[in-house]
Design a protein around this ligand. Structure first.
Ligand SMILES: [Zn+2]
Length: 456
């Protein structure tokens, strides 16, 4: 009877998927949601590929999933992947059923599944990943994810003991994940270690997760990513099994050391966050048994997808678009810091970080703005700021508390337009920082600026 229910759910979902595709609709979530609705343990009945890799963590899930999928395909594997669809239970089910036969067997060699941390209980109770990759555990949207301790608790509870873990050694919250799992591989970056003595104040990890004692940082790279040690019980960041020992930006390569030797790999993107993502992907492929030479050849051939970063120059006007991940105070603050650190004395910032979904059905809690460090925006090189969206006044208040002079800030209380407020005569270096759900609106601002410049 249970099996019959599964088949009915599978066939119904496949029919809906085919119909949606015929109509040109995105079928990467709804058919999976339907399958789970009709058969709540749908994922348990599907016969998964031989290897299932779950990719989770606060930042970098999509990048690592895409990179793994592209490298595995380059090596001749067939891969099921949900990185372009949804990463909650329905999205995972939709990706798998799209590649499943009518008898419920997923026909690919490997599944690379991006899984939202909060969906882990629902997904892993029925689909036990062979490998689970955690990129990092950091502060995220407070209303969705509460705090890192809560997310760690969910993951610890959900991850099956037999799953092999691949973890970030330089993130002490992530490194201690799921202690029930014995098979653990750590990756890290030891090249270009920043100066010692950095402060842990205000970060996600201040006290030892083991004994509550005070932690000290050997060094911090960004946020709490670095090497930490407890003064009381001696707990410290684990030694990485695979680590990047040299970064050669000029040559566009990194050197990665592991038991058995060193290998040089192509550097796909020189941002430190992406260097960790690269190291993570190499660690996974190494665990799957691919040789360093094969991985290096794969990375050499990989096409660099356009990241959430874009830069154009028109006339003398420079426009840089960068995703700032609204609601995520750490990611937002990093984008502010990035602007402040760029060369140039005539910068302007256009900010689009309000929650578009909230503005339609509920009211957004702006408390996260106070978790986000706005002080880089006070940098004297930033001559003007335009805050847009219904919460622009909240943003202005937050920025002024962080020392940004109020007279530099212009307000535009809508998601659309507002680019005309930018003083493109005074500030020739424009940064548009936008939430991932506001990319279309951000592109409209960019387009309007370029047209204005071209019409001069
Ligand atoms: Zn301790």
């Amino acid at each position: 009877m249970k099996k019959l229910r599964f088949y009915l759910a599978l066939w119904a979902a496949k029919t809906v998927m085919a119909a949606m595709r015929l109509l040109g609709r995105n079928a990467s979530y709804l058919p999976g949601k339907l399958a789970v609705k009709l058969c709540p343990d749908f994922l348990a009945h599907l016969r998964p590929p031989k290897t299932v890799i779950a990719v989770t963590g606060t930042n970098g899930k999509t990048t690592v999933s895409n990179l793994l999928t592209s490298l595995l395909r380059g090596c001749g594997y067939t891969v099921t992947n949900n990185a372009l669809g949804s990463n909650i239970q329905g999205g995972v089910a939709a990706a798998l059923l799209a590649d499943a036969s009518l008898a419920g067997k997923v026909k690919t060699d490997v599944a690379v599944l991006e899984v939202d941390e909060r969906s882990s209980l629902l997904v892993y109770q029925d689909l036990k990943p062979d490998y689970l990759v955690c990129t990092n555990l950091m502060r995220d949207s407070i209303k969705r994810n509460a705090h890192t301790g809560f997310i760690r608790f969910l993951l610890d509870k959900a991850i099956p003991a037999e799953t092999k873990l691949i973890l970030n050694a330089d993130d002490l919250i992530c490194a201690g994940l799921a202690p029930q799992c014995q098979d653990r591989t750590y990756f890290g970056v030891s090249a270009e270690a920043p100066a010692t003595g950095a402060s842990l104040e205000g970060l996600d990890l201040v006290y030892c997760p083991n004994c509550g004692g005070n932690l000290e940082a050997e060094y911090l790279r960004y946020d709490h990513i670095g090497r930490l040690r407890c003064r009381n019980c001696g707990l410290s960041s684990p030694a990485p099994d695979l680590r990047i020992t040299a970064i050669d930006r000029a040559a566009g390569t990194v050197t990665l050391a592991q038991a058995g030797g060193e290998q040089t790999y192509r550097l796909l993107n020189d941002n430190i966050v992406n260097i960790y993502n690269l190291c993570c992907a190499v660690a996974v492929l190494t665990r799957l048994g691919l040789s360093p030479e094969r991985i290096a050849a794969g990375l050499g051939a990989v096409e660099i997808v356009k990241s959430r970063y874009d830069h154009v120059e028109t006339g003398g006007l420079k426009i840089t678009m960068q995703s700032a991940k609204g609601q995520n105070p750490g990611a937002c603050a990093r984008s502010f810091r990035y602007v402040a650190d760029q060369p140039g004395e005539r910068k302007a910032v256009f900010l689009l970080i309000d929650d578009k979904g909230d503005s339609q059905g509920s009211s957004e809690n702006p408390c996260w703005l106070y978790d986000c460090d706005f002080s880089p925006l006070a940098d004297p090189s930033i001559g003007q700021l335009v805050f847009s969206g219904p919460r622009c006044l909240d943003q202005k208040l937050r920025a002024e508390i962080a020392g940004v002079p109020g007279e530099r800030i212009a307000l535009w209380p809508s998601f659309r337009g507002g680019g005309h407020l930018l003083d493109t005569e005074g500030c020739r270096d424009i940064y548009i920082l936008y939430d991932v759900y506001l990319e279309k609106e951000a592109l409209e601002v960019k387009k309007a600026l370029m047209e204005k410049e071209a019409g001069k």
